[in-house]
Structure formats: C-alpha cells, structure tokens
Write a protein that binds this ligand. Sequence first.
Ligand code: AMP
Length: 140
Amino acid sequence: MSYDTNNIFAKILRGEIPCHKVYEDEHTLAFMDVMPQADGHTLVIPKAPSRNLLDADPAALGALMATVQKVARATRQAFGAEGVLIQQFNEPAAGQTVFHLHVHILPRSTGVALKPHSGKMADHALLAQHAEKIRHALEA
Ligand code: AMP
C-alpha cells in the first residue's frame, strides 16, 4: 500500500482545504476532528508523509508523540475531562479511513459515552469554539 498525496490530510497540510487548527510546529499539526466522538476530539498528524504507523519513519514519531502529549494535556484541561483516550488506526481492517498517519485525542469523563467513529459532521462554529479553548489551554 502506498501513500496517496491527495488524501484529505495531505490537502490540509498543503492549505488546500481548511481545518480548525489548535497547534502547529515544524514537524506536526493538530486540528479538530470534523466528526468528533467527544467534545474536544483532536487529531495530530506528522508533516512527513506516511500512510499510517506501519510505514512511518521512526524518526518522525518522537515529534508526533510529543505533540500528542502537549495537546492531550491541553485538551484535558480545556474540557475538564477526567482522562484522555489516545487512538490510532492502521489500514481499513483496523478502522482507518484517512490514509495519512494520525493520532486521535479524545477527552473522556465517567458516564459520557463516545459517539460513533466517523459519525456526524459537527457544527463549524462549535468546532472553532472548541479549537479556541484548546489553543487557550496550550498558552496557559
Ligand atoms: P481514521 O482514519 O478512521 O482514524 O479516522 C479519520 C478521522 O478523520 C475521522 O475521525 C474523521 O471524522 C476525521 N476527518 C475526516 N475528514 C476530516 C477533515 N477534513 N478534517 C478533520 N477531520 C476529518
């Protein structure tokens, strides 16, 4: 399986389609998932192209996980969550639908059920508001 440069996250990285950005550095980008399974559901991607974890350059993973940790902490704080679920899918059989490596960050609290994976498109004004909350927590 090869990397398709026209996948939707590659287009986001090239600025061809918009996203609700929460964080960016030299190696990574974090933005709101448009079909969130929980309030604050964020995705972190490496800028280096890879289809998923299986074909990724190990050298890119340190920066990716450092951003995952940073954004997970901010997301937990921004949403007052008790915990944070980290998910990452590899190939369709494992639930992957977008073929550029990405890590899901899902704030969790007791008694709050997760919505379905790739379920319903969220309101963009709400996503913008959630991104702002996370950016604010990142600055704190
Ligand atoms: P998966 O490949 O199964 O790990 O999930 C891909 C995720 O990307 C799903 O949770 C989708 O809701 C999300 N998604 C798809 N298109 C976009 C987009 N344009 N911007 C942000 N998130 C997206």
